[in-house]
Design a protein around this ligand. Structure first.
Ligand code: ADP
Length: 447
């Protein structure tokens, strides 16, 4: 087992990884920017190294600085968390070249699955159901021909896309030129490549994703699904596990398809396969080759610590259980709490003057915040994840309502009022929502 792990991240996920390491008796190295010198993950780690100025490009994305920090401190492995370098195959390769273990899949798997075009091809060959789509598009005319073939509406996506960027929808031919040009321009501004392709656009799907774990010996298990359909700007806001849209036999069916596909692809470590689900059918969208923000709801329902499993798998251990050993208990819901104006979503960094997190049975808060902490303006605005777990979905909803009521965060605006409003809506309570429901609901509130 590793003796020392460098955590190449910040915020709540850095703390999350630190906690897993501590419980495994592994020492931790925090890295931080100049703006994060007072962060909780830095305070708690055994050692801390400043890797550069506030801007992410100069610090949390600074590959040589992070690898140097690992070498200087004698870390055996690097956990990348999510965001930043977590899906950067070049980084994974550099880490391994320096004799340090990258906690995640290998660089070749990351490249294959990080590119939406090659990932779709691999997924299809491995037996996963996918939406109809095109290869890389080279012109507006080609886009028009493919749209004709696939049938409108279609969505144009960047092959290297992420974070909901570089996606444009066209409902008929008159919208193709603009969708193609805009998607390409957004891709060029945000991603390494401006190559785009096209998929059939589903109009009322749910977003359902499967969590998997795979070891180096070809053992693959799934930990069930998460429903992440409550979204704004293609970004998840509330997630739940299990999905209220699936029954046990549907879960087992997609679970088996996913396990076979992952074994065929030869993937290793934790991963998430994202699907759209419409009219009883799954359509593979992409695979995230890293830990997901919403992993705690799966942990609550299965009792498995996904970060510890990632570390064990990277250290060469076998999965300690089979699919039959995995039991799904109760229902879990997560709210992503952002320091933002709940109406305009404008980030609201600043000093936290008072902080009181909810507690009690079945309540978990993953956050780096403490009273007196100043949220720097340079990074993501998510400041806490509230996760509740209870025997049934109804009980989980009641628990979530009371936990949100208990939460005290003073000094900055947060999205807590938005979460309270969402979970009070009949459509949410009855689980009658698709990926567009939240945006429609918010529009109906504007006046
Ligand atoms: P990213 O990598 O940027 O997160 P994804 O491919 O995962 O992009 O898609 C993000 C979101 O965009 C999905 O959760 C869904 O809401 C929407 N979306 C993506 N592809 C389609 C599609 N073919 N039809 C309908 N909605 C889609």
């Amino acid at each position: 087992m590793f003796e020392k792990i460098l955590i190449a991240n910040r915020g709540e996920v850095a703390l999350r990884i630190h906690r897993a390491c501590r419980e495994m008796g592994i020492r931790t190295v925090a890295v931080h920017s100049e703006a994060d010198a007072n962060a909780m993950h830095v305070r708690l780690a055994d050692e801390a190294v400043c890797i550069g100025p506030a801007r992410s490009a100069d610090s949390y994305l600074n590959k040589p600085a992070i690898i140097s920090a690992a070498i200087i401190t004698g870390a055996d492995a690097i956990h990348p968390g999510f965001g930043f370098l977590s899906e950067n195959a070049d980084f994974a390769e550099m880490v391994e070249k320096h004799g340090i273990t990258f906690i995640g899949p290998n660089a070749a798997q990351m490249r294959l699955l990080g590119d939406k075009i090659t990932a779709r091809k691999a997924a299809k060959e491995a037996g996963l159901p996918i939406t109809e789509g095109s290869p890389a598009l080279n012109s507006v005319d080609e886009a028009k021909q493919w749209a004709q073939k696939i049938g409108y509406p279609i969505i144009i996506k960047a092959k290297d896309g992420g974070g909901g960027k570089g996606m444009k929808i066209a409902f008929d031919e008159s919208q193709i030129a603009e969708a193609y040009t805009m998607a390409k321009a957004e891709a060029k501004a945000s991603f390494p490549s401006d190559v785009v392709y096209m998929e059939k656009y589903l109009q009322h799907p749910r977003h359902i994703e499967m969590q998997i774990l795979a070891d180096k010996f070809g053992n693959v298990i799934h930990l069930g699904e998460r429903d992440c359909s409550i979204q704004r700007n293609n970004q998840k806001v509330i997630e739940e596990c299990p999905s209220p849209a699936l029954n046990q036999s549907q879960r087992e069916e997609i679970g088996e398809i996913v396990r076979k596909a992952i074994a065929k692809i030869g993937y290793c470590n934790a991963g998430t396969l994202e699907f759209l689900y419409e009219n009883g059918k799954f359509y593979f969208m992409e695979m995230n080759t890293r830990l997901q923000v919403e992993h705690p709801i799966t942990e609550a329902v299965t009792g498995i610590d996904i970060v510890k499993e990632q570390i064990r798998i990277a250290a060469g251990a076998q999965l300690g259980y089979t699919q039959e050993d995995i039991k799904f208990n109760g229902h879990a819901i997560e709210c992503r709490i952002n320091a933002e104006d709940p109406q305009t979503f404008i980030p609201c960094p600043g000093k936290i003057t008072e902080w009181h997190a909810p507690g009690g049975l079945g309540v978990r808060v993953d956050s780096e915040i403490y009273s007196g902490y100043t949220i720097p303006p340079y990074y993501d605005s998510m400041i806490a994840k509230l996760i509740v777990h209870a025997g049934t979905r109804n009980a989980a909803l009641m628990r979530l309502r009371r936990a949100l009521e208990e939460f005290v965060i003073m000094g900055v605006k947060t999205t807590i009022p938005l979460h309270q409003e969402i979970i009070a809506q009949p459509e949410y309570i009855d689980a009658q929502y698709d990926i567009h429901w939240l945006e429609k609901f918010m529009k109906s509130q504007e006046k």
